[in-house]
Every structure is written in structure tokens, then in C-alpha cells.
Design a protein around this ligand. Structure first.
Ligand SMILES: C[S@@+](CC[C@H](N)C(=O)[O-])C[C@H]1O[C@@H](n2cnc3c(N)ncnc32)[C@H](O)[C@@H]1O
Length: 350
């Protein structure tokens, strides 16, 4: 099926992630008592976070989600306040729904979410955190079995989105650096529509073992030009946080920033900017929060999922723009939707 006619399977991923949004809701109502606290009056995001003892990351996961659920909203002074709907979650209001929602409050997923919100992550993660390699600690992405499992887990999504991303990235005869490129499908599809271009796929060695097998299958697919792709792509094992990055015309950061805390995103933006040649561009493919931090629901649910399984969360376009501006790049305003509630934004080295 041509990508122009391909249906968007977003309802499937929305349903998958709704579970994490439900856990946030029950954690907020029954364990953190957000609605009873706010029934005394509106609070700024900072004051509310302080009263609940929430760090920045859990706060930026929880409050945009409760706004997206239409249970909280921002007032004219930009304070969080309970919406008309949200009052049904205040215990002192009659009638309210807290007895009913409370029937699910001890669900293990909810109890786990509460711990994560209060501790900004799991209490301990001896095996490392999925999709993340940082420092000398263990990483599932360096263990052959789990790296294969995680990488192949993303393969279907990558195959679906990669042709759409490739069609929207600039046409170029130069070089693409796909940082933390996983399966490599975004690189392979882009090289197919840019027959004179070359690319580097950077990831952990155990991930690249899987990527090489997928590249072989891609090259043998019989699609016109696919057999030329392996000669134009370099698989580069490395650590994007510490290793020198090759110079490039285009840099793709797909599903990357959302695995990391804000300080690391800022650091990565600076490293990526330094790898760009003059007029080079960084392209981010991700699911973005509204700049007003109040949705969309598909992204706040995704953010809750990422909060549980990575060191990151979803970020707004404005947050990305700040990192890029600080790194000396010029953010371009237009955002291009792809599918699965994802989109593309980019910034240029002038
Ligand atoms: C969520 S996956 C995204 C893969 C791909 N960009 C995509 O959109 O399908 C994140 C990737 O980051 C890689 N990664 C994590 N930490 C890394 C590091 N320090 N250096 C290089 N790659 C890293 C992981 O191995 C994984 O393949």
C-alpha cells in the first residue's frame, strides 16, 4: 500500500498507552490527593509540585496529563485549578465519583506508578533501564538478548513510520547521521529516496548486530535501489553521550530525546549541533506535548509510559526549541505530522 493511502494505526498505540494514563489518574486522586489539595484554591505548577514533593519530571508527566483529561486547567494567572469535571473527584463534593474510582486504587500498576511518581523512577533498576545506555552502569541495550528483544520490538513501528519520515526529510546528496538509530529502517528508507547520499547509523554494538540483519533483508527486498543501500551506510558502534560524532549534513534524532532527562537532552542538543556542517539540520521525530503543557492526551499517555520505562518523558516543541537555541541552532517553526501521534520538527545551523 502506498504511504499516502496507509491508514494511521494510532488508535492501537493510544489504547496501549491509555493504561498508563489510567494509572496516573488513580494515583493523583487516591494516593497523592491532588484534587482535595487543589479544592483549597489554585496553585502554580511549582507550588503544587512542592506540596506533593514531586520532582520536575513526574510533575511534567502528571499535570499535563490531568489537563489533557480535562480534570485540571490553567487559570488566568497560569495556576493549576480544578475544572468543572474535576470537581467530581473532590471527596468533599456531593455527589462525587471517588468511591467508585477507589475500587481500582490498589491495582498493582497504580501502586507502582505512585512509587515512581514519588521517587522520580523505580526504587531500584539493577538491570538498567530500557533503551538507555549511560556511563558504566549495566544497560539492556548492551546485553545481546535484551538488545535484540527491544530492537525487534521497535521494528514494526519503524517499518511503518520510516517511509513517511524519509518522504518528509530533505532530499540531499550529502550525509545523514541517524543517532541511536536502532533498527536502521529510517536510514535505509532515506537512502532509498536519496540515491547519491551516504549515512551513518550510530547505536550500541548489540543493537547494530540486529540492524545489520535487518539491513540485509532490506537490501534483498527486491525494491528498486535497495541493493545499493548497504554500500552507502556505515554502522558505527558507540556512545552518543561521550564519543566523537562524525560530521554530517542531516542528523536524525528519532524517539531519542524522550528517553532522557532534561539536562541530558540539553547536553545532547549541544553535541548534535557540533556535529552539523554549516547549513546542516537536525530533525527530531517524536510525539510532542502542546507548548501549553495541557495535552494532547495521546502524548500525555505516552509520556506516562516513557516515565515508567526510561529516564525521560515527552517534551513540547518549545522545550526542544530552547535546547536548540541554546546550542546555537535556529529552530524552524513548521511541524510535520507523520503517524502514530508522531511528528517532525527541525532546526538549522545558519
Ligand atoms: C527508543 S530507541 C529509538 C531507536 C530509533 N531511533 C527509532 O526511532 O526506532 C533508542 C535507541 O537509543 C540507543 N541508545 C541508548 N543509549 C545510547 C547511547 N548512549 N549511545 C548510543 N545509542 C544509545 C538504544 O540502543 C536504542 O536503540
Amino acid at each position: 500500500m502506498s504511504i499516502l493511502h496507509q491508514p494511521d494505526p494510532a488508535p492501537i498505540t493510544r489504547q496501549l498507552r491509555a493504561m498508563f494514563g489510567s494509572r496516573l489518574l488513580l494515583a493523583a486522586v487516591h494516593h497523592l490527593n491532588v484534587f482535595d489539595l487543589l479544592s483549597a484554591g489554585p496553585l502554580s505548577l511549582t507550588d503544587l509540585s512542592q506540596q506533593l514533593r514531586l520532582a520536575e519530571r513526574p510533575a511534567m508527566v502528571l499535570f499535563p496529563a490531568l489537563c489533557a483529561m480535562q480534570l485540571l486547567r490553567y487559570d488566568k494567572q497560569n495556576r493549576l485549578t480544578i475544572s468543572e469535571l474535576g470537581h467530581y473527584l473532590v471527596q468533599d463534593q456531593t455527589p462525587n465519583l471517588t468511591g467508585y474510582t477507589g475500587l481500582e486504587k490498589d491495582d498493582p500498576g497504580v501502586v507502582d506508578m505512585v512509587q515512581r511518581l514519588l521517587h522520580d523512577g523505580p526504587l531500584e533498576s539493577p538491570q538498567g533501564i530500557s533503551f538507555v545506555k549511560e556511563g558504566d552502569g549495566p544497560s539492556p541495550m548492551d546485553d545481546p538478548e535484551s538488545a535484540r528483544m527491544f530492537t525487534l520490538g521497535l521494528a514494526g513501528r519503524a517499518r511503518l513510520l520510516a517511509p513517511i519520515v524519509a518522504a518528509n526529510l530533505p532530499k540531499h546528496n550529502g550525509h545523514l547521521l541517524d543517532v541511536a538509530g536502532g533498527t536502521g529502517y529510517y536510514t535505509y528508507e532515506w537512502l532509498l529516496v536519496n540515491p547519491a547520499a551516504t549515512a551513518t547509523l550510530l547505536d550500541r554494538p548489540a543493537v547494530l548486530t540486529v540492524a545489520a540483519e535487518l539491513l540485509d533483508g532490506f537490501a534483498r527486498s527486491g525494491r528498486p535501489g535497495a541493493d545499493t543501500v548497504p554500500n552507502r551506510v556505515t554502522l558505527l558502534p558507540g556512545d552518543m553521550l561521550t564519543d566523537d560524532l562524525p560530521q554530517t549534513d542531516l542528523l536524525l534524532a528519532g524517539s531519542l530525546f524522550h528517553d532522557w532527562p532534561t539536562a541530558t537532552c540539553r547536553q545532547l542538543a549541544r553535541r548534535f549541533a557540533a556535529a552539523l556542517r554549516p547549513s546542516g539540520e537536525i530533525w527530531v521525530h517524536d510525539s510532542f506535548l502542546n507548548d501549553t503543557l495541557d495535552g494532547p492526551l495521546a502524548t500525555t499517555d505516552y509520556s506516562a509510559q516513557l516515565f515508567c520505562v526510561t529516564k525521560g518523558r515527552c517534551y513540547s516543541r518549545a522545550e526542544h526549541h530552547r535546547w536548540f537555541t541554546d546550542a546555537g541552532l535556529t529552530p524552524m517553526q513548521a511541524a510535520i505530522p507523520t503517524q502514530l501521534d508522531y511528528g517532525l520538527i527541525h532546526a538549522r545551523k545558519l
